[in-house]
Design a protein around this ligand. Structure first.
Ligand code: 13P
Length: 251
């Protein structure tokens, strides 16, 4: 059956020392009280090589992005192969902040996903509508197009390696969480879209995380839904105690 996962997305926060300290603290806390789900932290590129050896098998480590090119003259970019060489196992792709501020299109994301998979990284692929789309009741249409355009070129075998994260843009960093009913409804819809393309077995095995103002006080209620397989956590992943509170949503 599909995995339950709580993944942190540190975004552009914490210098190297602060990040290393947070990872150590989190490892100690989870060593003392083992989680009932997989735990992942996605960090800025520069933290990866320092953090992967510190956290062992207890915590998966991921990047927040990777390049859409394999290697070469792309100043400032970091390739999927470079990410994998640090020991990281995951990469967030298609985050709404990358789509909105760095103009990442489905065409670009398709290449990133392929390079991530070729380097044995698990993409945590983000989808989600903006407020105007939700208000116009277009959320299903939007997420279906995002998945179809960037992922449905994959074979069933490759698609099975993807983790999806539904992150309504209006809930990210706003303190406005999707209600458990809203989350369940669209997660079930997303699973049906996957089932239509790849069949029920692949859909049943796909982890679909919820992201957007998820915190220790609402995690349990969100994770209790049958189609919500965990969370992608921004702000609440920046303090070990808060992140642990979200992880305990599975207890
Ligand atoms: P917040 O948890 O800060 O709302 O961020 C969610 C997010 O964007 C995770 O990728």
């Amino acid at each position: 059956m599909r995995k339950k996962i709580v993944a942190g997305n540190w975004k552009m926060n914490l210098n190297l020392n602060e990040g290393v300290e947070l990872a150590k603290e989190l490892k100690n806390i989870l060593d003392a009280d083992k989680p009932n789900c997989d735990v992942v932290i996605c960090t800025p590129f520069i933290h990866l090589a320092s953090i992967t050896p510190l956290v062992g098998d207890l915590i998966g480590v991921g990047a927040e992005n990777c390049a859409d090119k394999e290697s070469g003259a792309y100043t400032g970019e970091v390739s999927a192969a470079m990410v994998a060489s640090t020991g990281a196992k995951y990469v967030i792709l298609g985050h709404s902040e990358r789509r909105a501020y760095y103009h990442e299109t489905s065409e670009i994301l398709k290449d990133k996903v392929e390079l991530a998979l070729a380097n044995k990284l698990t993409p945590i692929f983000c989808i989600g509508e903006v407020l105007e789309e939700r208000e116009a009741n277009k959320q299903n249409e939007v997420v279906k197009k995002q998945i179809t355009d960037a992922l449905f070129n994959l074979s069933a075998e490759d698609f099975s390696k993807i983790v999806l994260a539904y992150e309504p843009v209006w809930a990210i960093g706003t303190g406005k969480t999707a209600s458990p009913e809203q989350a369940q409804e669209i997660h079930a819809y997303i699973r049906s879209v996957v089932a239509e393309k790849y069949g029920k077995e692949v859909a049943d095995n796909t982890s679909i995380l919820y992201g957007g103002s998820c915190n220790p006080s609402n995690a349990k209620e969100l994770f209790a839904n049958p189609d919500v397989d965990g969370g992608l956590i921004g702000g609440a992943s920046l303090k070990a105690e808060n992140f642990k509170g979200v992880i305990d949503g599975f207890k």
